[in-house]
Unconditional design. Structure first.
Lengths: 443, 263
């Protein structure tokens, strides 16, 4: 039977993504007419209720935007407010922040790789389903995820919404003896992380390429996580960078002609943040083990500037980033000496500040305005998923178009394919819904 | 409800307005997750599985608060489908941080965040699940504690009441051997009025409890507020401190003096 003709596919509730989203695909014959990733996650108004709060509060409050990447919110909030107050934290505090962030990368990436993404490659509905066929693999994934959580728990007090982060640093710096058992655990995680790359390299990857500029933080000499300069690799290969303070001049919401939806655009062009972008911008700065893992996995040689644009292969890039985050955590723990003070005093200064860090899903930007006594008068947050929306929809359209051109997919096949195409990007809908990407909330 | 349960009970996880952190807590039970999947059939958990079975369900866990007309309708449907309904976390149990809108003009909020406010459908308030339907058990916390979640699940499987004491965080500090941050350092702390369950993490890290588990079984604000003032919080700061993650739960709960107290 043929599936040609006009049809509209709706997926009412996307599974294995964080938050609530729906998908609409309008097809006419073998042509994709319209793709909409609709977000129906209810709005929560963070930017509104941050007004009037004390400048010390956004790290704890904005963590609640996302239970999957609370550290990213805490780090971007601290960076922006410290920028507003003209304070730079001590190097050992920066290192501790990076260590905490490594925990979140390990946890969040392991969650996505094993529990959300891998089932797609292996024809399963869930990790529980997958565990019936490959129990050892799922156990490895859970062990890896737990290692990330252990790091968050020791350094942050708990894995979700850690309590130890404050403006200027930490409430309490850990004693070296508290970190030592983590090193042991992370050594095992290092093996699991390498094994994850090998395992994922065996998946079957359809051909596809993201057609978007790639945006990630760049930092001299290191794979940028907790700080850096927004850096763009354009589709034509040109590389540019701009200061975080002008982020909103470059990344803007724009009306697109074919739809009523606004999309985040970078200098008027479609862009993507996240693992593929980071790998393209900073890949050469990965640790030796992570570089080797990337080469073995068939991602090319990051040291020679390899770029991966295949969204299906993002699972490999995430796996390589886990290898890196584990290495980096081990390095930071080995070099750790308690800082002379756990935090730097941050007296309030009237004015504004900007901060950007690399959440597991990509660049997370915060901006705050403060008055002289430290009251927040304005807040603006641009999460990675809101930025990626345009690139994800474009990717969906291209993948669906290719499937229609190459065969005669049934509605069910097409729907499954589109869901996979969305999960490739690990969207965090809880994050994106609370902010500016409102126009996808069409009712 | 008289739906007969099959041999393996079914579990369903639902999400309203929330950050996903409380349902993530279930996936954070790394040591127990596969074992749990052997004891219950996970019939509805969209974040973890693309296979969704229709109700009714034996146990429903709900994360998030009610903030839209659609969710107000959906929670009644969810209630009707679940033999036992448990709310997980501060949003579902107290309205959550998004209930800060309850003290403000939601129209202004909508205009502040959204360039096209007319696209946004939202209620003026963020309310707990119990404001809409009967709830069998409420688990506190922003986020919930993994150990307490496992206790609720285990109790359900064993057919007993969950052992989740409602004493204050102070008990947990004593048990943990943490020196009182208020007594020793004059740090403002909500521990004396906050429901236990987290293990008194904040004082162990040298900061005051910020009340993310909501009010304990016996709250004495008239005794606490002067201490907060003494330790440097003025009235607006005290009010913010008490009303962040659990909305008005502290000032509307029964307190020992029996009088309503405004912070």
């Amino acid at each position: 039977m043929t599936h040609r003709g006009s049809r509209v596919l709706r997926v009412g509730s996307l599974a294995r993504v964080e938050g609530e989203g729906a998908l609409l695909l309008r097809v006419s014959g073998d042509r994709v007419e319209e793709v909409r990733l609709r977000i129906y996650e209810p709005p929560r108004f963070f930017e509104a209720f941050l007004r009037g709060r004390a400048y010390t509060e956004p790290p704890d409050i904005t963590a609640r935007v996302c239970g999957i990447c609370p550290v990213a919110y805490q780090m971007s909030a601290c960076a922006a407010i410290e920028d507003a107050c003209g304070v730079t934290v001590d190097r050992p505090i920066q290192d501790l922040r990076r260590l905490l962030y490594c925990g979140e990368w390990i946890e969040s990436h392991a969650l996505h790789i094993y529990l959300l993404h891998a089932p797609d490659f292996l024809g399963c509905d869930s990790a529980i389903d997958l565990a019936r066929a490959e129990r050892a693999a799922v156990e490895r994934g859970l062990r890896l995820k737990q290692a990330g959580n252990a790091l968050l728990e020791v350094l942050g007090g708990r894995a979700i919404h850690p309590v130890n982060v404050r403006l200027g640093g930490f409430h309490r710096a850990p004693a070296p003896a508290e970190l030592r058992p983590l090193a042991e655990r992370l050594s095992r995680a290092a093996d699991d992380a390498r094994e994850t790359v090998r395992w994922a390299a065996g998946f079957d990857f359809p051909e596809a390429a993201v057609d978007a500029d790639l945006l990630a933080l760049g930092s001299p000499g290191t794979y940028a996580i907790e700080r850096g300069t927004p850096t763009v690799l354009r589709t034509d290969g040109a590389r540019t960078a701009f200061d975080t303070s002008v982020f909103l001049d470059h990344v803007r919401e724009e009306q697109v002609p074919h739809s009523t939806a606004l999309h985040s655009r970078l200098d008027g062009r479609r862009h993507l943040t996240g693992p593929l972008a980071r790998f393209a911008i900073s890949g050469s700065l990965l640790s030796p083990t992570a570089l080797e893992a990337a080469r073995e996995a068939g991602l090319g040689d990051p040291a020679a500037g390899a770029v991966c644009r295949n969204p299906y292969r993002s699972v490999l890039v995430r796996a390589v980033e886990v290898v890196y985050a584990v290495d980096e955590a081990l390095r930071l723990i080995a070099a750790y000496e308690p800082p002379p003070r756990p935090y730097v005093e941050v007296p309030p200064v009237a004015g504004g500040g900007h901060g950007a860090t690399e959440a597991p899903r990509g660049l997370l930007y915060h901006r705050y305005r403060l008055d002289g006594d430290g009251t927040v008068t304005d807040a603006r947050i641009v999460p990675p998923t809101a930025q990626n929306q345009g690139a994800v929809e474009n990717d969906l359209a291209r993948i669906a178009q290719a499937a229609l051109a190459g065969g005669d997919p049934s509605d069910e096949e097409l729907t499954r394919l589109c869901e996979r195409a969305i999960r490739n990007h690990d969207p965090c809908i809880s994050c994106s819904a609370h902010f500016l990407d409102l126009t996808v909330l069409r009712t | 409800m008289s739906t007969p349960s099959p041999a393996v009970p079914t579990l369903a996880v639902f999400k309203l307005a929330s950050c996903d952190g409380c349902q993530l807590t279930l996936l954070d039970c790394e040591d127990e997750f596969l074992a749990l999947a052997g004891r219950v059939r996970i019939a509805h958990f969209p974040e973890a599985s693309s296979s969704v079975d229709p109700g009714p369900y034996d146990l429903g866990l709900v994360e998030g608060s009610v903030t839209t007309p659609d969710d107000a309708r959906r929670i009644r449907e969810i209630r009707a489908q679940c033999r036992v309904l448990v709310t997980i976390g501060a949003c579902a149990t107290a309205g959550g941080i998004q209930a800060l809108r309850n003290f403000a003009d939601v129209e202004e909020f909508r205009r502040t965040v959204y360039a096209r406010p007319d696209y946004i459908e939202t209620l003026a308030t963020s309310t707990p699940v119990s404001a809409h339907v009967d709830v069998d058990f409420e688990l506190r916390g922003c986020p919930i504690d993994r150990g307490q979640l496992l206790e609720v699940l285990t109790a359900f499987l064993a057919g007993r009441k969950p052992d989740v004491p409602n004493h204050s965080v102070c008990f947990e500090c004593k048990r943990r051997g943490t020196v009182c941050v208020t007594v020793a350092h004059g740090t403002p702390c909500l521990g004396p009025v906050t429901h236990a369950g987290c293990g008194a993490i904040c004082p162990a890290y040298g900061r005051g409890c910020y009340g993310c588990f909501g009010p304990s079984g016996s709250v004495n604000l008239p005794a606490l507020i002067p201490l907060l003032h003494r330790d440097g919080l003025d009235d607006p700061a005290t009010e913010r401190f008490l009303r962040t993650f659990n909305a008005a739960a502290f000032d509307t709960c029964d307190n020992e003096s029996g009088k309503e107290v405004r912070p």
